[in-house]
Design a protein around this ligand. Structure first.
Ligand SMILES: *[C@@H]1O[C@H](CO)[C@@H](O)[C@H](O)[C@H]1NC(C)=O
Ligand SMILES: *[C@@H]1O[C@H](CO)[C@@H](O)[C@H](O)[C@H]1NC(C)=O
Ligand SMILES: *[C@@H]1O[C@H](CO)[C@@H](O)[C@H](O)[C@H]1NC(C)=O
Length: 200
């Protein structure tokens, strides 16, 4: 009398294959993870450091029903502390604000920043007959009479990172410098350096 073999005779071979695939996958995942970790440790990316090192207001005239004419000077310092990462700045927009109102817009020409490099930019911006809200104009007049105003400078940039010959995709970077205590040209007081928030 023939013994009935269980119908699932190929089950052990099948589960061996599944186990083998699982082990191969696991090894691959560990290898990829280790590679990423090693690359990360080699590059050691550090945050970019931005600051406003100087600033002043010139040719200020707020009249004609709260219309503002003025020019602004800011010294922006961009520091790339990375030893292995260079940066391409492909587009940089600059905005000057007071009380959340935009006073002036400008751009910084595209530039390439090498490793471990600090670059200073002299930003010359202007307001041409910019209408201000009543409250903003009142605040500005009050602060002006005290000799300095609290301004904000914001940057929006499209950047790429370069490590060796590899270039990353585009990243959006937001930089916010506030509060910047800006003196009027007549003032001879020192400028308080302002460190900016950087968000990539
Ligand atoms: C400010 O501008 C107004 C209108 O253009 C002008 O009448 C006035 O003289 C200016 N004030 C100063 C201090 O330049
Ligand atoms: C700002 O300058 C423009 C052109 O130079 C002038 O027409 C306008 O009256 C000025 N406004 C103020 C408030 O000075
Ligand atoms: C930073 O890079 C710029 C542009 O390549 C260069 O002109 C400048 O001399 C560099 N500054 C330092 C401190 O290396």
């Amino acid at each position: 009398m023939a013994t009935n073999k269980p119908p699932t005779s190929n089950q052990p071979a099948h589960s061996k294959l599944v186990r083998l695939i699982a082990i191969v996958l696991l090894v691959l995942i560990v290898l990829v993870g280790l590679t990423i970790l090693i690359i990360w440790l080699t590059i050691k990316p550090k945050k970019l450091v931005y600051s406003i090192d100087d600033g002043s207001i010139h040719n200020y005239n707020l009249s004609n029903g709260n219309h503002l004419n003025s020019t602004y000077y800011f010294m922006l310092r961009a520091y790339n502390p990375n030893k292995k990462v260079a940066i391409y700045y492909d587009k940089v927009d600059v905005t000057v604000l007071y009380d959340d109102e935009t006073l002036s817009r400008g751009i910084i020409d595209p530039f390439h920043q090498p490793k471990r490099n600090a670059t200073r930019f002299k930003l010359n911006l202007a307001s041409h007959d910019v209408p201000l809200h009543d409250q903003t104009a009142r605040d500005l007049k009050a602060e002006r009479s005290s000799g300095q105003v609290e301004m904000t400078v914001k940057l929006r940039a499209k950047i790429r990172f370069k490590v060796g010959v590899w270039k990353s995709r585009h990243y959006h970077m937001k930089v916010s410098c506030a509060p910047i205590m800006v003196h009027f040209s007549s003032s001879s007081k020192g400028f308080q350096r302002t460190i900016c928030d950087v968000d990539i």
